[in-house]
Design a protein around this ligand. Structure first.
Ligand code: NAP
Ligand code: F7E
Length: 363
């Protein structure tokens, strides 16, 4: 039975990867951070499972990393922990650099210092943001990098230090250059989830309007559950190599909105341009989407489109057999429609209870 250590296990990808590895028979250890509120929603269903174990550690704290690596002595490490929000990285560039760049170095050194350099394989969660202000479309493993945010610059260090340790010390460590991947577990401030949640709330009368930034931005969006399989496949190869993981399809934020609102029962049309563009409900003429400069970034990456040929040929991972764009939008909207319906039912129960208490029906 193999032992895996996942940093960032409470995140979208970490939770899917933990499920995937448990299913494969692994002992799965994950790192969590202390927080004053409960943040384990995505992994709550795994707690208590005999193959699932949690440890406190922070990527900004070498001692905690050393401790967990020496205690667990993993066969595989999946370094998914990061300050992963691009827009936030403009507000917190130093924190982002510490976790997303130096944090990777801390993992690599912990493995070396614990004497695991020859046995432990390391996966680094790299990103299509490295291509940034793109120099080629679509992007593959040979496309030059041009990072375009503090997040991307930090992740570029992570990519290069992994390559350096591979070459300098012969370690089995590699990067998956993953394009955007989404799911019903995606953080609510990333654009796809923000849209699906708003579509569900608007359709059920719980929100009036959705404010977005650049509607013309293009992304290659896949399903996170499909992508965690690649992380594992990358570590099962005879030689450590870096891979682009993408669907090979591109869509705009505007297109995502059209599909999501349609799934929620609202047919939209977009009128106007730039900051004056609006998404209008065709049936009622109501403005449901507006553009707000608050969601513009100082530099924005607007043309991501991945070429997954190497992954298809070497890993046998074929995106055409995985979740399609339309299926992805549908499953996200369906999950948020259900979530909003449950919230509404809860509110109704609370209102009824308050009314009964007021009337003295319930004491
Ligand atoms: P996510 O949902 O934001 O999860 C990030 C995880 O990192 C959370 O578990 C978070 O813990 C943890 N974390 C943050 N700062 C930490 C620190 N200082 N020490 C320890 N843990 C820390 O991100 P995701 O979408 O699952 O992405 C996983 C990884 O893939 C990230 O490295 C991201 O940059 C990268 N990536 C993501 C995509 C994508 O489209 N999703 C694409 C390419 C690359 P808390 O829960 O405590 O905050
Ligand atoms: O933005 C535009 C925004 O925040 C996508 C992370 O997982 O994927 C993710 O980073 C696009 C950008 O993701 C809003 O300007 C418009 O062009 O969903 P996002 P991201 O920046 O692509 C990469 C691969 C990662 O590695 C990251 O960790 O959508 N956009 N309006 C908006 N974006 C947000 N968040 N909110 C808006 O209102």
């Amino acid at each position: 039975m193999k032992t895996a250590l996942i940093t960032g296990i409470t995140g979208q990808d970490g939770s899917f990867l933990a499920e995937f590895l448990i299913e494969k028979g692994y002992q799965v250890h994950g790192t969590i951070r202390r927080s004053s509120v409960d943040f384990r929603e995505r992994i709550a269903h795994l707690e208590g499972h005999p193959q699932f174990h949690l440890h406190y550690a922070d990527l900004g704290d070498s001692m905690s990393i050393m401790q967990v690596v020496s205690k667990v002595r993993p066969d595989e490490i999946y370094n998914l922990a990061a300050q992963s929000h691009v827009q936030v990285s403009f507000d917190s560039p130093e924190f982002t650099a510490d976790v997303d760049a130096t944090g990777v170095l801390r993992i690599l050194e912990a493995v070396r210092l614990c004497g695991l350099a020859d046995t432990c394989r390391i996966y680094q969660a790299s990103t299509s943001e490295l291509y940034g202000k793109v120099e080629e479309v679509p992007q593959n493993e040979r496309t030059p990098f041009h990072p375009y945010s503090p997040y991307a610059v930090a992740k570029l260090y992570g990519f290069w230090i992994v390559k350096e340790y591979r070459e300098a010390y012969g370690m089995y460590c590699c990067s998956g250059i993953l394009f955007n991947h989404e799911s019903e577990r995606r953080g609510e401030t990333f654009v796809t989830r923000k849209i699906t949640l708003a579509a569900a709330r608007i359709a059920q009368g719980k929100q009036e309007k959705l404010y977005l930034g650049n509607l013309s931005s293009l992304r290659d969006w896949g399903y996170a559950k499909d992508y965690v399989e690649c992380m594992w496949l990358i570590l099962q190869q005879p030689e450590p190599e870096d891979y682009v993981i993408a669907t090979g399809e591109q869509h705009s934020v505007r297109e995502f909105c059209l599909h999501a609102f349609r799934r929620a029962g609202i047919e939209l049309e977009f009128v106007g341009e730039g900051e004056n563009e609006k998404g209008i409900d065709k049936a009622t003429g109501k403005v449901l989407i507006e553009v707000s400069p608050d969601f513009y970034r100082p530099t924005d990456v607007v043309n991501l489109w991945g070429d997954p040929t190497k992954a298809r040929e070497q890993l046998g991972w074929d995106p055409s057999k995985k979740t399609s764009f339309e299926q992805l939008v549908n499953l996200m909207v369906d999950a948020d429609m259900a979530k909003v319906a449950v919230e509404r039912a809860g509110e109704q129960v609370k209102m009824n209870l308050e009314e009964y208490l007021e009337k003295g029906i319930v004491k």
